[in-house]
Design a protein around this ligand. Structure first.
Ligand code: FA5
Length: 349
């Protein structure tokens, strides 16, 4: 035990004298004086030595402890004062802090907001946690309607939703994660009334399997314009302005009939796939076209749900797939990259 104590003292002092920076002191202290430190262990083992040996060894152990503590204090003072006298070159460049930057979806969202503001549209925000009433029913999709199956939905357990409609006995009045930004059509009409021009960018959710062009969480921009005499010509003019403003080049589009219960007539506006230049790839599912911009004239029943007289007013609405638009703009070939959190991807923007 005596040899052990002497050896420990010698080694601890040698290590202490070798320390050059104040930040190393803590590690030394833990090594010898910590809860499981070397000296602590020796002191604990004193309990096991023979009774007659205890006074002598106890004295020695306490001496070693005292000497090491004193040496530690002296070293603390020496290194501490060394730090005070150390010169700091204030002209050296500072440590660069990495500043964040906008996500590619936010970049395009802001561009779109500016574009629509310049055309007199309001930019609105809507709830991501939505009632079945606004997500479906007020959009002319009652509970029995097969169109509900098109959008696989994350329903929430419990809750009564918004008790807005007394009409349908089949209505479940539950809460869900909104499957599209369209619920804001009726919410905005109820709040502001016509004439109305508004866009609503936002995150939407669908319970579906993912692939290169499908995510469970993605972004849309809803747009609507309601006034007297609004027709398809207004819709096409605004769609053209939108695509020209974002792509700043000629974009090949095709318009085909599309079915959405909340518009009549309804269209699907597709753009030629930028990833493969129309040749066919995983993003456009080998078709050469990307479904981007469903739109149409707002169904009279939806206007009525929004408290608008459909005989006096008409309007158009569109639901732009923002995530897919960003993919086309930056030639991104997999939608899953957006939420991957991969800095190698994000730092390119
Ligand atoms: C809708 O969501 C309608 N609310 C759009 C609408 C609004 C029609 C107003 C008429 C009037 P759809 O389910 O097709 O429609 O989605 C709209 C766009 O969102 C699609 O064209 C596509 O670009 C994008 N989208 C749809 N599902 C996904 C998905 N899983 N991942 C990424 N983008 C998607």
């Amino acid at each position: 035990m005596i040899d052990k104590l002497q050896e420990l003292k010698k080694r601890a002092l040698a290590e202490l004298s070798g320390l050059e920076l104040p930040e190393h002191l803590r590690a030394w202290e833990i090594k010898f004086f910590g809860r499981k430190g070397e000296l602590t262990k020796v002191l604990k083992s004193l309990q096991e030595v023979a009774q007659e040996e205890k006074p002598r060894l106890g004295l020695l152990a306490n001496q070693v402890k005292g000497e090491l503590k004193a040496a530690f204090k002296a070293c603390q003072q020496k290194l501490g004062s060394g730090l005070k006298s150390r010169k700091i070159d204030v002209t050296l460049p500072g440590i660069k802090v990495n500043r964040g930057h906008w996500h590619p979806i936010s970049i395009i969202q802001k561009e779109l907001e500016d574009l629509f503001k310049s055309m007199g549209f309001m930019v609105l925000d809507g709830p991501e946690l939505e009632s079945e009433y606004f997500n479906f029913e007020a959009l002319n999709i009652p509970a029995w309607h097969p169109a509900r199956d098109i959008q696989d939905t994350f329903y929430l357990k419990g809750g009564d939703g918004d008790n807005q409609s007394a009409s349908s006995s089949l209505r479940r009045d539950g809460w869900l994660l909104r499957t599209h930004t369209s619920p804001m059509q009726v919410r905005a009409l109820l709040k502001y009334g016509p004439p109305l021009r508004a866009v609503v960018p936002g995150r939407v959710f669908r319970y579906e399997s993912t692939d290169a062009s499908h995510e469970h969480t993605f972004y849309q921009v809803e747009g609507l314009m309601v006034d007297k005499g609004i027709n398809i010509a207004h819709l096409i003019a605004v769609m053209k302005e939108l695509l020209g403003g974002i792509f700043k080049r000629e974009v090949e589009i095709r318009l085909r009939p599309g079915y959405f219960p909340f518009v009549e007539p309804g269209f699907e506006l597709d753009i030629k796939c930028f990833i493969c230049d129309g040749q066919g790839c995983s993003v456009c599912k080998q078709s050469g076209w990307v479904e981007l911009l469903p739109c149409g004239l707002i169904h009279p029943r939806v206007l009525e749900y929004g408290g608008v007289d459909s005989k006096e007013y008409s309007g158009f609405a569109f639901g732009l797939g923002l995530s897919r638009l960003v993919m086309m703009k930056y030639h991104i070939d997999d939608i899953r990259l957006f939420l991957s959190g991969d800095l190698r991807f994000l730092e390119q923007f």
